[in-house]
Design a protein around this ligand. Structure first.
Ligand code: G3H
Ligand code: 13P
Ligand code: ZN
Length: 312
């Protein structure tokens, strides 16, 4: 199967009460780990590339890595998505350069400005068969070089979503219900809880419309411990409980973004490897177990969190 956009995927996910995993890719090992797990579990997948990933690995390398995965995994549909597109120019470069889906993230701008920028991207994207994710509400945490403090984050206002979607023509909408980017999502000692009331209000206002959750890593404590036991220092790293993500995936949430968990698995595995083998220096020797652990983590997400296994 060639690269596809997410229109059909989201229709099936909405009707079937599951979500598609959207995993960030920055290098070959991560692309391989994700797509091998999806192929073995027959799960549709969204591979997403941030502005930072394009700066790190180069647009062409990333597109070609994803195209290689499509050739290796012809059984599953794959979307190539721009994550947190900061402006029209970046979205246009990705639309012109082979992406099948883009996000325009103007969520930090005032409502009218967000509409104006999003609408411009939608017009260009739709003319090229590419779909658009937009965002209303602000998540806390760090994405690319922008850090949003918890105090400055704001939940999506359900009374705004209908007007936003109808005026912009976007194809899916990321909302803020208490998730955040990175590995420190909730204060230690507090009970992590997503605002399902906000989600359900948005869902009611937009019947049949796909909702997206960003910042949905669960920060697996086995990898936090592996990092801390092997020279790292990540005290108080806490993520979104997986049961809450499973519950969200049964609703209008059709796309769930997971990046930090894969980074933790990779870093933990490599730290442990070096601790146990201080004499080794062949990158293949430490990237191989890292890739294997990411693959198993993605498999766990597909089966136990997203419920999208067997849906390709
Ligand atoms: O939300 C952001 C994603 O985790 C990508 O992170 O900007 O460090 O590539 P990045
Ligand atoms: P995490 O930092 O929770 O993995 O979120 C990833 C994300 O939202 C990418 O857009
Ligand atoms: Zn995000």
């Amino acid at each position: 199967m060639a690269l596809v956009n997410s229109t059909e995927m989201f229709k099936k996910a909405y009707a079937g009460g599951y979500a598609i995993g959207a995993f960030n890719v920055n290098n070959m090992e991560i692309v391989q780990a994700i797509t091998e797990a999806c192929k073995e579990e027959m799960a549709p997948v969204i591979l997403q590339v941030s502005k930072g990933a394009r700066a790190y690995a180069n647009h062409t390398y990333l597109v070609k890595l994803v195209e290689a995965a499509v050739l290796e995994c012809p059984e599953i549909p794959v979307v190539l998505h721009l994550d947190h597109g900061p402006d029209f120019e970046t979205c246009k470069a990705c639309i012109d350069g082979g992406f099948t889906s883009v996000m325009i993230d103007a969520s930090s701008k005032p409502f009218e400005e967000n509409i104006e920028i999003t609408k411009k991207v939608v017009e260009y994207a739709h003319a090229h068969g590419v779909v658009v994710e937009a965002e209303l509400g602000t998540l806390a945490g760090i994405e690319d070089e922008v850090k949003v403090d918890a105090g400055a984050a704001s939940y999506t206002r359900p009374e705004e979503v209908e007007e936003f979607v109808s005026r912009t023509g976007c194809d899916s909408l990321a909302i803020a219900i208490g998730t955040s980017h990175g590995a420190y999502k909730f204060k230690p000692g507090t009970k992590p809880q997503l605002r399902f009331d906000v989600l359900h209000e948005c869902e009611k206002k937009l019947p049949g419309f796909p909702i997206v959750l960003h910042g949905s890593s669960s920060v697996p404590q086995n990898y936090v411990q592996m990092i801390n036991e092997n020279g790292g220092a990540m005290p108080g790293a806490i993520g979104v409980p997986e049961e809450q993500l499973r519950e969200a995936s049964r609703s209008a949430v059709c796309k769930i973004n997971i990046d930090s968990d894969l980074r933790l698995a990779m870093t933990g595995t490599i730290r442990k490897f070096f601790n146990e083998h201080p004499d080794k220096f062949d990158p293949r020797e430490y990237l191989k177990p890292a890739r294997a652990n990411i693959k198993e983590l993605v498999r766990h997400k597909l089966v136990n969190v997203l419920g999208c296994n067997g849906k390709a």
